[in-house]
Write a protein that binds this ligand. Structure first.
Ligand code: BES
Ligand code: MN
Ligand code: ZN
Length: 463
């Protein structure tokens, strides 16, 4: 699914459809004995191997499509249904799952996630596949989650010339309007008047002024959840300019904002019982005569003085002021996401988001949700002794470590300095793209870890 979607990948449950039988690998013999006939002869003749995510399709006696088989993993995953989407020919299909291997909501999620394509600049014609499915409440919730994630993927995929701070803010305002949220935005020099010096400094060099987007939604009496996302629409590195290869992918440096916007969208569209706030500092880290410099010192919103060791460590700066604002209200929970450090990728590679939180229960809840949804995260420690690595020479804290050690941890410790009141805080250092395609996760922009966070929130706060 995409905001550019050509067609809806779902059909009503009673639409004419062909069956896809679901089995585990160890059930293949039984299936073969029961099914018999042309289906089995065709699968054998075409060398079908019953391994997880294998898809077989067979014709009837006239040569028309007759049915398909999906072998699911043990335990079965939503991603198995994503693999099915990728391999089926055009048509309307329904799941034939007599052993109830895949709950319909999981199937809907896997199918919707696989149906996403980004076609804003190039059409890529492909077979139209629909899943005939009953829209139960659980199914509907997962379809809404997947649509919210599709918006997040679009935001990452749209290049920086078409998605600057203003367009990112407009996308969030548009989502808010659809869901009856209140959205306020503080733009340009007004950031100084409202005491957001770090957001202003990072965004100052660009001709496209920086801004802070503040969305609020939900019952004021419900527990308050505040989401904060790094919205660096392009990261040149600033005066500490990135080399070409490192800069090439930096349109994705608003991936944290995209993920938190997607999560906010899912929360609103499914009516989670929370009082939601979404904060996105949206800036472009550019180069000009107005650029902030290495060695500059700024007094942050919270009052902590920050020395600029490196203008390329800009994400933690904009997040610092946004987290300080979030913390002033002492919400029940603050979650932030950011494409914050290359070091997080060195530590865990492109497929494992790094989770930081001082709270062991929250860590376990998020990691459990990741396990359940086959969308895992891994925790790294907020090792307090490493705070010495980010001491400022003439200011209280430096935005880049003096030594090339523990870069993801020192960045997280920097952020932690700006969260004081709030008991529950978690920070995700994410990649923001799928580096290699996997079922349900096409190459390109990703709203990373949204499903595990959504599931964790659903368990904690419910509908
Ligand atoms: N946006 C980058 C981090 C990044 C790089 C994320 C590549 C994903 C892929 C961030 O603003 C950055 O440049 N961080 C620096 C920090 C350093 C200067 C302390 C980094 O990681 O090198
Ligand atoms: Mn940077
Ligand atoms: Zn950055």
């Amino acid at each position: 699914m995409t905001s550019d979607a050509m067609h809806d990948p779902f059909a009503p449950a009673d639409a004419p459809s062909l069956p896809v039988r679901l089995i585990r690998a160890d059930q293949f013999e039984r299936f073969r004995d029961e099914a018999g006939g042309p289906a089995v002869r065709w699968l054998e003749a075409t060398g079908f191997k019953p391994e997880p995510q294998a898809v077989g399709v067979w014709p009837d006696a006239d040569g028309n499509l007759a049915g398909a088989l999906l072998v699911v993993a043990d335990p079965p995953l939503a991603w198995d249904v994503s693999a099915l989407f990728d391999r089926l020919p055009a048509g309307t299909w329904r799941l034939d799952d007599p052993d109830r291997l895949v709950p319909p909501a999981e199937a809907a999620y896997g199918w919707a996630m696989a149906a996403y394509r980004f076609e804003r600049y190039k059409a890529r014609p492909r077979p139209e596949r629909r899943l005939a499915i009953e829209r139960t409440a659980d199914v509907e919730r997962m379809i809404r989650l997947a649509s919210a994630i599709a918006l997040g993927r679009d935001l990452v995929n749209i290049p920086a010339n078409d998605l600057g701070p203003e367009e990112l803010a407009a996308a969030i305002a548009g989502l808010g309007e659809e869901q009856g949220a209140r959205v306020e935005t503080i733009v340009g020099d007004a950031l100084l008047e409202h005491n957001f010096p770090l957001i202003h400094a990072v965004g100052a060099a660009s001709d496209r002024p920086p801004r802070l987007v503040d969305l609020r939604w939900g019952d004021p009496a419900a527990p308050m959840v505040t989401l904060v996302g790094k919205g660096v629409c392009f990261d040149t590195g600033g005066l500490d300019l990135k080399p070409a290869a490192a800069m090439r992918t930096m349109k994705k440096d608003m991936g944290g904002a995209a993920a938190m916007t997607a999560l906010a969208g899912a929360i609103m569209a499914t009516g989670l019982n929370v009082r939601l706030r979404l904060l996105v500092p949206a800036v472009e880290n550019a180069v000009s005569g107005r650029a902030f410099r290495p060695g500059d010192v700024f007094r942050s919103r919270k009052g902590i003085t920050v020395e600029i060791g490196n203008t390329d460590a800009e994400g933690r700066l904009v997040l610092a002021d946004a987290l300080a604002l979030a913390d002033e209200e002492n919400p029940e929970l603050i979650l932030d996401a950011a494409t914050l450090t290359g070091a997080a990728r060195v530590a865990l590679g492109p497929e494992l988001p790094v989770l930081f939180t001082p709270d062991d229960t929250l860590a376990r809840d998020i990691q459990d949700a990741g396990e359940r949804t086959a969308d895992p995260l891994w925790r790294l420690p907020l090792h307090q002794p490493y705070r010495k690595l980010i001491e400022g020479k003439i200011a209280e804290i430096d935005n880049s470590g003096a030594k090339p050690f523990a870069g993801a941890i020192t960045a997280a410790l920097f952020l932690q300095s700006f969260v004081g009141e709030t008991r529950l805080w978690a920070h995700l250092d994410i990649f923001g793209i799928n580096d290699t395609p996997r079922p349900g996760r096409p190459q390109g922009g990703e709203a990373t870890a949204v499903r595990p966070l959504f599931e964790m929130l659903w368990r904690r706060f419910g509908g």
